[in-house]
Write a protein that binds this ligand. Sequence first.
Ligand code: NAD
Length: 504
Amino acid sequence: MNVEKKVQDLLSNLGVKLVDYKGSDLKVHSPINGSLIAELALDTQATLDKKIEDAAKAFKVWRRVPAPKRGELVRIFGNILRDHKEELSQLVTIECGKIIEEGRGEVQEMIDICDFAVGLSRQLYGLTIASERPNHVMHENWHPLGVVGIISAFNFPVAVWAWNACLAFVCGDTAIWKPSEKTPLTALAVQSLFEQACQEFGDVPEGLSSVVLGERTIGEQLVVDPRVALISATGSTRMGAQVGPKVAARFGKSLLELGGNNAIVVSQHADLDVALPSILFGAVGTAGQRCTSSRRVFVHKSIADKLFNTLKKAYSGLSLKIGNPLDGKTLIGPLIDEESFNTMQSSIAAAKDQGGEVFQGQRHPLEDLKGGFYVNPALVRMSNQTQIVCHETFAPILYVMEYESLEEVMDRHNEVPQGLSSTIFTTNLQEAEYFKQFSDCGITNVNIGTSGAEIGGAFGGEKETGGGRESGSDAWKNYMRRQTSTTYYGKDAPALAQGIRFDI
Ligand code: NAD
């Protein structure tokens, strides 16, 4: 398969002139077969500086455009995405390796957030607050924030930008995107489609949206720049631990969406026909490379053997579903790269050392895709939640442990440093409610898996997941500045708050 040629065709259909970005700084490989698909020049401190300056200037203009009008630009962009959904989905699949069905899902998520943001552009409501003083009125107003720096991870190369940028644009902000160095081409394609939307809209200030290509160092420069009001960073906990303090040191705002270590509790009251497909999608879907992937299962001891054996049987049949992610019949595509494969193997070795009974997890060589790192997902039965289980390995490893009582298992559920997504499978209402009360995660589900959130809810997690919320609900407030405003409309000397007297 000539992946390079396919990428060139897709990029040209999406309006990207690759020659404009050609260079020798960054080699981009497709995880499908490891082939080189582009060589790009990276941004420098000087080009980043210019992009930040342009974004800051554009903010002064864009913030004055009425919010519903700003929504109109996002509406046009959503329609352009609809027209190019298939090409962009294929590019996502080629660049990050997720199966084409999930590539399409990711672009659909962009379209959905566009629709959400358009509606929101007429609903950026503040409050009217009762004043304790006569003839006073208090309001809470929301104003545009400024330049938003978006740092994204390889595994959701386009949707995460859209969650942030579409809300930022309707809120009156401008955006600079530093995509993962592993997936720069999808970012260039999205920027090109967005520029087409700007052209159709007309009169958009230059610098409203830009992409900076680079590795961690260029991200670090974006993070420390005081002209960037909000840094929204998605990626590993390691990255967040570096970014968070740097933004805080300059009193900037940060929104962190970091690693997860998501667990599923399977109660003795679970309907296993409901639980099984969800466990499988959560654990092996996206080859275990979602922040919301299921990594731990706590199963009630009365059904532990049954569930483990059923999972083992299902895992044995998965090898037939591993393959080229562009093929619609494939369910498990490659890992992103060799480093990821090596990390997975080290975690499996550690799990064995820590008493795990490991089933599968080895490389799954594919004759025609030799340079790709395909694996048989690993299933590991553990008697304890050891150190390796508490660690997020970004690969398909599912640890299965037993529990006796829901009260006891919630402590173990919450024991890990991350707090993103959690699930219980049960038909018992009391158990379901108990689980929701005591899971410490940002997302709790009942009878659906840990992965595959809708854009309408606020997305994010607690503890080392970073505490950020983006996408739906009132996450838009992250992209605006809150202002409390009191107006006195009386004619006498105004009263002071708390009844303080200051008679002159
Ligand atoms: P990563 O942390 O290696 O890189 C993410 C991004 O951060 C990249 O663009 C990278 O260049 C940049 N970066 C790294 N160090 C930086 C620094 N010090 N300053 C500024 N930028 C820096 O992550 P990855 O391997 O691309 O993605 C996988 C990780 O992302 C997993 O841990 C996964 O759970 C997490 N993730 C979280 C969410 C979420 O919403 N919570 C979503 C997707 C992925």
